[in-house]
Design a protein around this ligand. Structure first.
Ligand SMILES: [Zn+2]
Length: 262
């Protein structure tokens, strides 16, 4: 991949408190007021499946959500049925305690404390964007369709417009997702995700995270504030669920403001 090579690759670290949450270690040190990361499969007998729309019983899944809220010290979690588009919802209230499941959004923003944003992924990219000065956070589900539809650009632009932010002060991380070697797709996907590049004639792997990082740099985010996870959900072993790997289970990218920084 010839793009976005100047951004850092970061290996998330598995926290050790019972809930399999993989956190960005640099963000953990720099932004201790954030709740952030991506859940994984976990090492126990029962996979830590947080999916709410599959065939699995919802009771055990909700128990895992409650454990996630407790582990992240958050008050409320918000989630939405995802539709591979670029619509965003801004959560302007602290929200009721517990878990709210909405319809039809692939991106969430909030400047409120204790609201845990979440996106369901299993090869698609959970993209976290933070403006530590406002502060405001955005979390989007970016598969190839959402990326092509500009969901990352929309989230960045919304922060800049609604919170008087500036791209130069934003930080962006692409979490665990399918890597640029594993994700073979047709020419139409290449054309949609990388419209400025030559379109291959046949099925070819694509690196959606590199495309997102390149889009972030194009919006004016500093390269040193953009990072990409080292983890591949498909070839990286059993730590994460992979849709292409045959799993129907889902992990969650999560992001929220645990307490407003002083
Ligand atoms: Zn891979």
């Amino acid at each position: 991949m010839a793009t976005a090579l100047e951004v850092r690759t970061v290996a998330e670290r598995l926290t050790a408190d019972g809930v399999p949450l993989w956190v960005h270690p640099e963000w953990e040190a720099r932004f201790p007021w954030l709740a952030q990361g991506t859940t994984g499969r976990g090492r126990g007998d029962a996979p830590f499946d947080l999916g709410l729309s599959g065939a699995q019983p919802v009771g055990p899944a909700l128990d895992r959500w409650r454990a996630l809220l407790a582990a992240t010290e958050m008050h409320a979690a918000v989630h939405a049925r995802q539709v591979h588009r670029a619509d965003l919802w801004i959560h302007r209230e602290a929200g009721s305690p517990g878990i709210v499941v909405m319809d039809g959004f692939d991106g969430h923003l909030t400047d409120r404390a204790c609201v845990l944003l979440s996106v369901s992924v299993a090869d698609c990219v959970p993209v976290s964007i933070i403006d530590p000065q406002s502060p405001v956070v955005a979390l989007v589900h970016a598969g190839w369709r959402g990326t092509a539809a500009g969901i990352v650009e929309r989230a960045v632009n919304r922060i800049v417009e609604s919170w008087q932010g500036a791209p130069e002060r934003l930080w962006l991380h692409c979490g665990p997702a399918i890597c640029g070697a594993c994700y073979e797709v047709g020419p139409e996907v290449h054309a949609a995700v990388n419209p400025h590049l030559p379109v291959p004639a046949a099925n070819t792997p694509i690196d959606v995270r590199a495309a997102i990082a390149e889009r972030a740099l194009g919006l004016g985010l500093p390269a040193e504030q953009v990072s990409v996870s080292a983890h591949c959900t498909r070839c990286g072993g059993p730590d994460f669920f992979s849709h292409r790997g045959g799993s129907k289970a889902r992990q969650m990218g999560v992001l929220g403001i645990r307490e407003l920084p002083s």
